[in-house]
Design a protein around this ligand. Structure first.
Ligand SMILES: Cc1cc2nc3c(=O)[nH]c(=O)nc-3n(C[C@H](O)[C@H](O)[C@H](O)COP(=O)(O)OP(=O)(O)OC[C@H]3O[C@@H](n4cnc5c(N)ncnc54)[C@H](O)[C@@H]3O)c2cc1C
Length: 529
């Protein structure tokens, strides 16, 4: 039977949609199949309670590639990103620290904790920007295969080596340190204030089941310094209407180029003939054929789930099983009647318009990790909080608010087993609110609705294997030509005509769109589709 489509994309997450949009723009006949009733995957907006629009999973954006915004003309499809500039950290001792986008204001704040750190902080920022500039082009390239003699790959590797040489000895040393050290050890080399190092180190552990003292986390810290919105380097933002606005803008672009998108269409398996993909079978039993199937779900679900272990070689199966997907985070979304005071800085001031980090000390974060190591959620976790309704009043009824709380650690593998999570869900939610109450005592009375997502829920509802928010940890051993394994690092799989285009591929998770764009580029370049 002939193919109905040039390509079927499994999953309407933002990467699947990006891949579909580029392929459709190149004139290919594309079908996107999404399991849920709503598009976006982990970049989604949902009205869980009437009038309250939650960015249920991801909540801030910084890495979305400017090229995608331009190529797909996303503003004309409704994309609007509002900057989110400051970072507020309440401390144990009743003090608070705000790091503003204005260096001078930050210097004055920091001087109260450590005059020495206040002086060094701008230099640290400049060094990180230089480091990120070195690493950032990697986000936009297909990873070369270091074992191959392909001239394209070799010239990419040579260019990388040349850029490393151009960094000069001082920055080369910084780079080596970042590749090998823990976030805390690396920051120890710069700062003396424990609370400053604590709040800065958390970027190294988000979405990974590692502690801030685990080697390799310094590099992940850099991954979080690489953001840019529309070309403005190192900035974070909120998508108007919630992060689902990004996915819907990409979907609208894809449709405008002719892509067909179906929701409530769960794929059950990939159709195989002689080791090659021919299309998909939906859970409804419907069979749809295409020249190529591109999976926008994670590598394990794609291959062990849709293809099946019995159709894969041992090496692939073991690579997939060893790919670290262990989820470590959860989310609590609140509908609020009002915004209560934070004890250290009462009032609804500009300090609340950025993110709020509950990460008061290194010891606090280490204790949070200790509990997770032994199979439980942290009773006093790291929280990253945003109140989007302050910047974007469209997401809540007039005078009301939504609060988004990202929580770590919430290990998927709890000691009772992951399927026990539903019984612990509310206790986990209570621990989050109790933690926040210590800094914001009126929070409990202000809550109208509470929506708690454990890693188990992230797997069941959003299709994230083991609840991993990035389709696989962003640790050094799982990045670049190792993501998800050396043999599958260039969006291909061992199954002919089955490709991958989501966060489990290079350059990884986060609302970036890069895997979707690069997979489409590679599919077109190789004339696979
Ligand atoms: C709680 C949480 C907080 C986060 N916070 C941030 C943040 O603030 N900023 C940031 O940049 N990143 C954040 N992330 C990470 C980011 O959201 C993800 O890395 C990114 O959205 C993943 O996009 P994707 O398109 O690769 O995959 P996904 O969004 O996972 O898309 C995969 C799609 O496949 C669908 N699917 C699954 N199974 C099937 C099937 N059988 N048939 C058809 N479709 C199927 C899913 O429903 C989903 O729509 C967060 C993630 C989570 C979970």
């Amino acid at each position: 039977m002939g193919a109905n489509y040039d390509a079927i994309v499994i999953g309407g997450g933002h990467n699947g949609l990006t891949c579909a949009a580029y392929l459709a723009k190149a004139g290919r006949k594309i079908l996107v199949l999404e399991r849920r009733h709503v598009l976006g995957g982990a970049a989604v907006t949902e009205e869980i309670y009437p009038g309250y629009h939650y960015s249920t999973c991801s909540y801030v954006v910084s890495l979305l590639r400017p090229k995608i915004i331009r190529d797909l003309d996303l503003p004309s499809h409704g994309l609007e990103i509002m900057p989110l500039e400051q970072s507020f950290q309440p401390l144990h001792d009743g003090r608070g620290l705000v790091r503003w986008s204005d260096w001078e204001k930050t210097r004055r704040e920091l001087a109260r904790l450590s005059p020495r750190d206040a002086e060094i902080y701008p230099e640290f920022g400049r060094t990180m920007v230089q480091m990120a500039r070195f690493v950032k082009p990697i986000l936009d390239m297909v990873p070369p295969d270091p074992g191959s003699l392909d001239p394209r790959g070799l010239s990419d590797l040579l260019r990388l080596g040349k850029r490393f040489q151009n960094l000069g000895p001082d920055l080369q040393a910084v780079k080596y340190r970042m590749l090998t050290m823990s976030a805390v050890d690396f920051l120890d080399g710069w700062f003396e204030s424990d609370s400053l190092k604590a709040v800065m180190s958390v970027s190294g552990i988000i979405g990974t089941f590692l502690g801030i003292r685990s080697p390799g986390t310094a590099y992940v810290l850099l991954h979080h310094y690489m953001g840019e919105i529309d070309g403005a380097f190192r900035s974070w933002g909120l998508s108007k209407g919630g992060t689902g606005g990004i996915s819907l803008a990409i979907a609208s672009a894809a449709r405008s180029y002719g892509a067909e998108i179906r929701t409530e269409s769960p794929v059950q398996k990939v159709l195989l003939k002689n080791g090659s993909s021919e299309g998909v079978v939906l859970e409804s039993g419907e069979e749809i054929r295409a020249r190529v199937v591109v999976s926008g779900t994670d590598p394990r679900l794609t291959l062990l789930g849709f293809v099946g272990e019995e159709n894969l070689d041992d090496e692939t199966v073991s690579a997939l099983k060893n790919f670290k997907m262990r989820g470590s985070s959860g989310k609590v979304n609140l509908a609020l009647d009002r915004i209560p005071d934070f004890t250290c800085r009462p009032g609804v001031g500009p300090h609340l318009f950025g993110d709020i980090a509950i990460a008061p000390s290194i010891e606090y974060l280490e204790r949070a990790y200790d509990q997770a190591k032994y199979g439980d959620f942290s009773e006093r976790p790291y929280l990253n909080i945003v109140i989007p309704s302050l910047t974007d009043p469209t997401v809540a009824p007039p005078g009301k608010h939504v609060m988004s709380i990202f929580v770590q650690y919430a290990p998927y593998h709890i000691k009772e087993g992951p399927e026990y999570w539903p019984k612990k869900r509310e206790a986990f939610g209570d621990a989050v609110i109790d933690t926040l109450s210590e800094y914001c005592p009126g929070i409990k009375e202000a809550i109208l609705h509470r929506h708690v997502l454990t890693p188990w829920d992230l797997e069941q509802e959003y299709g994230l294997t083991e609840g991993n928010i990035f389709h696989g940890e962003l640790s050094l051993d799982q990045l670049f030509f190792l993501r998800p394994s050396p043999k599958m690092a260039r969006f291909r799989t061992p199954i002919e005509n089955l490709w991958m285009c989501a966060s489990g591929s290079h350059p990884g998770g986060g609302i970036m769109g890069a895997p979707g764009m690069l997979a489409a580029r590679e599919l077109l370049r190789t004339r696979t589709v």
